[in-house]
Design a protein around this ligand. Structure first.
Ligand SMILES: [Zn+2]
Ligand SMILES: [Zn+2]
Length: 240
């Protein structure tokens, strides 16, 4: 929040200073990101991501898509289109919001992408040779997707998980799940709701993401959580 003077936004702990939610995955030599929010460029530069092989989108909200234009740098360096994986509805929205990317006669230097629809929310699909299980979730009334690759699962902007998704999450070693704040919210899990789901699933470790400044200071909130549930923070790196 611009100009916010709350204790979290004024905290000197770097873990209280957050850009928009995203995750970079390195799996079997592939480099992927989930979502390209408005901070995508800054995040790629900060993490020194020199190569990006594909992008998965959870849903079409701008805090998850607004940075897509900056795939141009990867197009230029890699001399190829960027594969994008999303539900058909999300791809259609990207076409509307980035119309110049999909124009028949393109301006030189605009992003180059190839679109790969995720047609079935229950069946695994392939991303550059990797098997990815989509995870259906509801974000108030909007269907969104999380993703499970191997024994790691990532889900954000959810406030409801169907039984089928709970089943697909079982056995995961590492789960990333969204937790916005303490108070209930219409379209995001609260902290207690997220922890209750994780207690049910019992992964070896879990990380909470899409955190609002309303949750409180990282150090104080994390101290109240079970040791295997941690708050994610910008720059956190986790080995599989
Ligand atoms: Zn959203
Ligand atoms: Zn969001």
């Amino acid at each position: 929040m611009i100009g916010c003077a709350c204790p979290v936004c004024r905290s000197l702990d770097h873990r209280d200073q957050r850009l928009r939610v995203s995750v970079h995955l390195e799996v079997e030599g592939r480099s992927l990101v989930v979502d390209t929010g408005p901070d995508f460029r800054q995040q790629m530069l900060r993490a020194h991501i020199g190569q990006l092989d594909g992008i998965l989108f959870t849903h079409e909200h701008k805090d998850h898509t607004a940075g897509l234009d900056d795939v141009r740098a990867f197009n230029f360096r890699q001399q190829q289109e960027m594969p994008i994986f999303a539900e058909p509805r999300v791809l259609e929205q990207l076409k509307r919001e980035f119309a110049y990317v999909f124009a028949e006669h393109k301006y030189p230097g605009v992003p180059q992408v190839s679109l790969h629809p995720i047609a079935d929310d229950q069946l695994p699909f392939e991303v550059l040779g990797l098997r990815v299980q989509p995870l259906r979730a509801l974000h108030y009334k909007l269907p969104v997707l999380g993703f499970r690759i191997g024994d790691m699962a990532y889900l954000t902007d959810a406030n409801q998980l169907p039984d089928s998704t709970m089943d697909q999450l079982r056995g995961a070693d590492t789960i990333v799940l969204n937790a916005l704040r303490h108070e209930p919210h219409i379209s995001h899990f609260s902290l207690s709701e997220a922890v209750a789901i994780l207690e049910d699933l019992k992964p070896r470790r879990a990380y909470l993401t899409h955190i609002s400044h309303q949750l409180g200071r990282h150090r104080e909130v994390e101290a109240q959580l079970p040791p295997w549930v941690r708050l994610a923070y910008d720059g956190l790196q986790v080995e599989g």
